[in-house]
Design a protein. Structure first.
Length: 216
C-alpha cells in the first residue's frame, strides 16, 4: 500500500488552531514523549535553567515541564498570536514563569528575539512544518550557536520511518538524516532515543514521530 503523508495548516486562524489543539490533546504515547524530554531537562539540573521551546503551539509540552519542574524558567517561541492565546489558557497558573516570544524560525535572526540564553532547547511536532531539510538544518545550526557548552537540544518530531513505501511531505524525513544534520551543525553524539506510534502500512499525519537528543 502506498500514499502520501502530510498536512496543511492555518495557524493564524483561531478556529483551525483550536481544532488542531483539541486533536493533539496529550495521549499516552504523547505523554511518554513529554516524559522523555522532561527527563533530559531534569538531568541538566541547576537553579537557573532557562528552557526554550521552539513552536510553543497549544502549550502542552510547556505545561508538562512546568508542572513537574518547579525551578526552570520557560520561553515559548511561536509565530502565531492565536497559538499564544491557546497556550496561555493551557499553561494557566504557570504563566508567571513563561516568556512568550514571537518569531518565525524561517527568519535566521530569530535568536536575537530571545529574552536570554537557554540551557535547553525543546521542540515537539513543529520543525517538520518548516517544509524542508534545509530549513530544519538551519534551525539546528542556530540552536548550536546559542546553547552553552553542555546545553541540550531535544526534538520530538514527525519523521519518515525506515522501510515505508509511502511518500512524505519534505519536512518529514529519515532519522539518520536528522542525526547527520545535527552533527553538521556541530552537536556531539546526537541520538534517536525512541520512536512513537510507528505505522508503516497505513500511516496518518499524526503518527511516526521520534525523540532526538543532542548535546552542545
Amino acid at each position: 500500500m502506498t500514499g502520501y503523508v502530510g498536512a496543511h495548516h492555518e495557524f493564524h486562524d483561531a478556529v483551525f488552531v483550536q481544532g488542531w489543539a483539541d486533536r493533539f490533546a496529550p495521549t499516552p504515547p504523547r505523554i511518554a514523549l513529554f516524559d522523555m524530554i522532561l527527563a533530559r531537562v531534569d538531568r541538566l539540573g541547576g537553579p537557573d535553567l532557562h528552557v526554550l521551546e521552539l513552536g510553543l503551539g497549544p502549550g502542552y509540552m510547556a505545561r508538562h515541564v512546568l508542572q513537574r519542574n518547579a525551578t526552570v524558567s520557560y520561553e515559548g517561541l511561536d509565530f502565531s498570536d492565536v497559538f499564544f492565546e491557546v497556550a496561555k489558557r493551557t499553561i494557566g497558573p504557570f504563566m508567571p514563569r513563561v516568556v512568550l516570544t514571537k518569531a518565525d524560525l524561517l527568519d535566521q535572526n530569530w535568536p536575537r528575539r530571545l529574552s536570554r540564553r537557554p540551557g535547553a532547547i525543546l521542540s515537539t511536532w513543529a520543525l517538520h512544518d518548516l517544509g524542508s531539510q534545509e530549513a530544519v538544518a538551519a534551525v539546528y545550526a542556530r540552536c548550536h550557536e546559542i546553547l552553552p557548552i553542555g546545553g541540550i537540544l531535544v526534538n520530538g518530531d514527525f519523521i519518515k520511518p525506515a522501510g515505508t513505501t509511502w511518500s512524505y511531505e519534505p519536512g518529514r524525513f529519515e532519522i539518520e538524516r536528522h542525526l547527520e544534520l545535527l552533527r553538521q551543525a556541530g552537536f556531539a553524539h546526537p541520538a534517536s532515543l525512541a520512536e512513537f506510534e510507528t505505522n508503516l502500512q497505513s500511516p496518518t499525519a499524526a503518527q511516526n514521530y521520534v525523540c532526538l537528543s543532542a548535546t552542545r
